[in-house]
Design a protein. Structure first.
Length: 82
């Protein structure tokens, strides 16, 4: 299990919470990143306040690459990204 910050219902800032999620497996050209710092900007909070589906509310983030999809053969899995 991993922890994510997001929302499971729409509304104001009070609906934001830490969510328990299954550890994702990156597909094809995706990276799995352990997020160390993140920004929730106007796009994220407007989606939360609207009728948008529940989501993890991170738009910009930095952290450490933990795994990679099968098409990213040259990526070192311990690199920091931002």
């Amino acid at each position: 299990m991993v922890r994510a910050f997001g929302y499971s219902s729409n509304g104001g800032p009070d609906v934001q919470e830490f969510l328990d999620r299954e550890m994702p497996t990156p597909l094809g050209g995706e990276l799995l990143v352990e997020v160390r710092a993140a920004e929730v900007n106007a796009v994220a909070w407007k989606a939360r306040a609207a009728e948008a589906p529940a989501a993890v509310a991170i738009v910009d983030a930095s952290g450490n690459v933990r795994d990679r999809g099968q098409f990213l053969v040259t990526c070192r899995c311990t690199r920091r990204i931002s």
